[in-house]
Design a protein around this ligand. Structure first.
Ligand code: ATP
Ligand code: MG
Length: 551
């Protein structure tokens, strides 16, 4: 797409900061995934923004694994995240960071807060802590440990770190304001005891910082200037600022929030996606029906299409639901320019060219991509028998049917013309084959349509996987909390079919996308495609495709 992306409030904020010389004109952003799952299209929105802003303003964007919660994180996810961001077209250069590498510095910051009288070790149980915290409409109650001597908190915190106390028996809390209407400021927890080995630090730590404490510190340590995140963190911002100010980081990183991407007919929560994977309801994180970047790659979505989509939806402060059809439109727009054209027949009906002798060989020529003449043409051999699509023929055609019918002619893509001279039926009256008279392109017959075909003698059987929507309803947020999203899965989201294709499909590289003419775009499966046994995933239908998606 050549159009300039529409501007948005974050670009304006950054432009103003740069113009005013804040941060010495530097722009440092970060993308901070927690390595507890694979990246999805929602993350792509954040990635395009974080890396996009840095690129646009001559700054840099850090990739930071926000790995402060050891229970669900792993190296598998760390690697997948890097692969997917690179695939999407972004690069962090040397700026790959791990929150876990800051654990020592974070611990020191916590000790400083205790020394300043701004944090204390609290021994309330989790239930008590919740009860004391109260509700936004009335002040909460102070913990009885709030005013314990600084030296006592320091000693206890040291012993928490040394592993002297059981999980959950105490925690470190900030001393802020138990009467604040913002619950996040009512002496939030900064550190908790958790005897879970960490994929990066092993069993070196038995206390871990909370997100609210760790995130502003990570930004500050790295010199981040603009910390961009989704709207749910807006209410955490006063705490973010408190941590930065109280510890005196200067210049302070600033947090800005934007609306997350919600896409119709799918879910974006990593927890829910993980459930689908664990329960075997999809074949894995990279199942082509998943909203994950690896799923979309396997489906054949070009990274350029995903970037264009992210530009198109823009950045706002308002929650909304984006129709998945918009993403598919972006995919089509790129593939129409780039995908080589080939022919395949999904529901074959035999057509016998009666004026072509058995054993005679003819050659058709067809453009590889009419949008790119420079891609040239290919030759396709054929003979007396062709496969055509069953629904390109009608024995008693309705008024608006312009394709093949008894006595009518159509163009065969690249191969001249055929007029239908007869129909063979089986004993039940079903059409089993058509007879026709072939004529070469040079005859220039007046016909109303062109159909695709495959030579019977040369046809290569292929497996095609046809996809429908993952879920049968558009807005998954409308289902009640106690309902299970699994009840709303589309039972017909995958249909495996056989098709017959022109021989050149054997040359397709795994991951390459073709347009099967008039059927849609199909991607040679990354894992299962073999020259001798081709496997294609349906990427997206054509706008006017005769092959409807399964739902
Ligand atoms: P969870 O699914 O557990 O809520 P998450 O999607 O927030 O997790 P993170 O790894 O914390 O996962 O996300 C990394 C970054 O991506 C965060 O800055 C987050 O704001 C952003 N992000 C996550 N989901 C979306 C989304 N749907 N749209 C835009 N940005 C998102
Ligand atoms: Mg998160």
């Amino acid at each position: 797409m050549n159009r300039a992306p529409p501007t948005h409030f974050i670009r304006e904020i950054i432009a103003a900061d740069v113009a005013a010389g804040r941060y010495g004109g530097r722009v440092v952003t970060r993308f901070p995934p927690e390595p507890n799952g694979y990246l999805h299209i929602g993350h792509a929105k954040a990635i395009c923004l974080d890396f996009g802003m840095a690129r646009e303003f001559g700054g840099r964007c850090h990739l930071r694994m926000d790995d402060t919660n050891p229970t669900k994180e792993s190296m598998e996810y760390v690697e997948a995240i890097q692969r997917d961001i690179r695939w999407l077209g972004f690069d962090w250069g040397e700026h790959l960071y791990f929150a876990a590498d800051y654990f020592d510095r974070m611990y020191e910051c916590a000790v400083r807060l205790i020394r300043m009288g701004q944090a204390y070790v609290c021994e309330l149980s989790q239930e008590q802590w919740k009860e004391y915290r109260g509700v936004p409409t009335a002040p909460g109650r102070e913990s009885p440990y709030r005013h314990r001597p600084i030296e006592e908190s320091l000693a206890l915190f040291e012993r928490m770190r040394a592993g002297e106390f059981p999980d959950g028996s105490m925690c470190l809390r900030a001393k802020i304001d138990m009467a604040s209407p913002n619950l996040h400021l009512r002496d939030p927890v900064l550190y908790r005891i958790l005897r879970v080995p960490h994929y990066r630090t092993g069993d070196r730590w038995v206390i871990y910082p909370t997100y609210d404490f760790a995130h502003p510190l990570e930004d500050a340590f790295e010199g981040v200037t603009h910390s961009l995140c989704t709207l749910e963190f807006e209410v955490h911002r006063p705490l973010y600022d408190w941590v930065i100010q109280t510890l005196g980081f200067d210049p302070p990183p600033r947090q800005y929030e934007f609306a997350r991407l919600n896409l119709s007919h799918t879910v974006m929560s990593k927890r829910k996606l993980l459930e689908l994977v664990r329960d075997g309801l999809v074949s894995g994180w990279d199942d082509p029906r998943m909203p994950t970047l690896c799923g979309m790659r396997r489906r054949g979505y070009p990274p350029e299409a995903i970037r264009n989509f992210c530009d198109l939806i823009g950045i706002t402060k308002y929650e909304s639901l984006t129709d998945i059809a918009l993403l598919e439109h972006c995919v089509r727009e790129v593939l129409n320019r780039t995908a080589p054209r080939r022919m395949a027949v999904l529901d074959p009906l035999k057509l016998i060219l009666e004026n072509v002798a058995a054993g005679e060989r003819l050659v058709a020529t067809a453009p590889n991509n009419p949008e790119r003449p420079e891609d040239g043409e290919r030759e396709i051999r054929f003979g007396r028998e062709l496969w055509i699509e069953r629904d390109d023929f009608h024995e008693n055609p309705p008024r608006d049917f312009y394709r093949l019918a008894p006595g009518r002619a159509v163009r065969l893509r690249g191969a001249g013309y055929v007029s239908c001279t007869g129909v063979n039926h089986d004993t039940d009256g079903r059409v089993v084959a058509l007879r026709g008279r072939w004529s070469p392109m040079s005859e220039r017959l007046k016909v109303k349509s062109t159909i695709h075909w495959v030579s019977v003698e040369d046809a290569v059987p292929i497996e095609v996987r046809l996809y429908g929507r993952l879920f049968r309803i558009a807005d998954l947020s409308t289902i009640p909390e106690d309902d299970d999203i699994r009840n709303w899965l589309n039972p017909d989201s995958l249909r495996v079919a056989r098709a017959l294709a022109e021989p050149s499909v054997r040359d397709t590289r795994p991951g390459e996308v073709l347009q099967f003419e008039r059927l849609g775009y199909f991607c040679a499966d990354e894992l299962d495609h073999r020259p001798e046994a081709p496997v294609f995933n349906q990427t997206v239908t054509l706008k006017d495709s005769p092959v409807a998606p399964t739902a």
